[in-house]
Ligand binder design. Structure first.
Ligand code: 7PJ
Length: 286
């Protein structure tokens, strides 16, 4: 049976229609200024703005995973992320996701009101899988070639891109189930830009429907990434139209959650796209 909703502590996230996850970076070094907030008040305000604009999920991240970035200490990540999660949980009803690979940050975030863990390393850090199993929360498992954003763009080679991404996700899902994480709580993400060059990113997008065989919700993160910028030859400020096009294409191919910086524009584009698809003979398959 396909998973079409997420549930945690009485909160439900309906995935019968695609949903928008707004990016909230609490890092000093994210690649796009428009998603970066340094005070708790401004971060909370941006979260509220994204909810009003149509975000169903806010994804709070305190560690930059841009290619080549340096890791932050766990203490620093906790200091950046937890007050923001607390503030959002106290002041809104939105589904809060935390973009982290650290078991300590996961635990503290879940204690502070987060509803979901988003891990670009797919719970590979020792202890991470156990924390998610213990709390029984939803988790997004993302594919990344290797385990380190500092080196993931080196030696990019696949014999069978979609096959290798699927095998990786299959292995992580299997491990999660063995650790006590329920299948209903698993979301998968092929990890655009995480150890993939431009052609590989577009091949992945073009064949995204192959991930449907998992019958699990699919999350995609392409917003303002280099796969858009390199094709259009534009800097991060000028990647909105391209990002929207890529995300709508992903919806057509079965994406359930769109992780984006520009919530209002994405929500409007998605609304028009979904409205037209009501009349299409070829339904967006779930
Ligand atoms: C992703 C992410 C993504 C998921 C980032 C950026 C880099 N989490 N965190 N999927 N990307 N699940 O936003 O450019 O693609 S950070």
């Amino acid at each position: 049976m396909a998973v079409t909703k997420l549930e945690y502590k009485g909160k439900v996230l309906d995935l019968s229609q695609p949903k928008i996850m707004g990016i909230l970076n609490v890092t000093p070094d994210s690649f796009y200024d428009g998603s970066r907030f340094s005070s708790v008040d401004s971060a909370l305000q941006h979260a509220k703005d994204m909810v009003l604009a149509g975000a169903s999920i806010v994804d709070v991240g305190g560690e930059s995973t841009r290619p080549g970035s340096d890791p932050v200490t766990e203490e620093e990540e906790l200091r950046r992320v937890i007050p923001v999660v607390q503030a959002i949980a106290e002041n809104t009803d939105v589904w809060i996701s935390v973009d982290t690979s650290s078991p300590a940050v996961m635990r503290a975030a879940l204690e502070s009101g987060a509803s979901m863990i988003n891990d670009v390393r797919a719970l590979r850090r020792p202890g991470a899988m156990e924390v998610v199993a213990e709390y029984g929360c939803p988790v997004c498992l993302q594919h990344m070639l290797g385990e380190d954003p500092k080196t993931m763009q080196q030696n990019i080679a696949y014999e069978d891109l979609l096959g290798e991404i699927s095998s990786f996700l299959y292995e992580r899902i299997h491990n999660c189930l063995n650790t006590g994480i329920r299948r209903e709580n698993i979301i998968i993400d092929p990890g655009f830009g995480f150890g993939k060059n431009i052609e590989q990113n577009y091949k992945l997008l073009g064949q995204l429907d192959r991930l449907r065989s998992f019958a699990l919700p699919v999350l995609v993160g392409m917003s303002r990434k280099s796969m858009i910028g390199d094709l259009l030859k534009v800097n991060t400020e000028n990647r909105l139209a391209g990002s929207i096009a890529a995300n709508l294409f992903a919806v057509e191919k079965g994406a359930d959650i769109l992780r984006v910086h520009d919530v209002k524009e994405m929500a409007e584009a998605l609304k028009v796209f979904m409205y037209a698809s009501k009349y299409s003979k070829q339904k967006i398959k779930k």
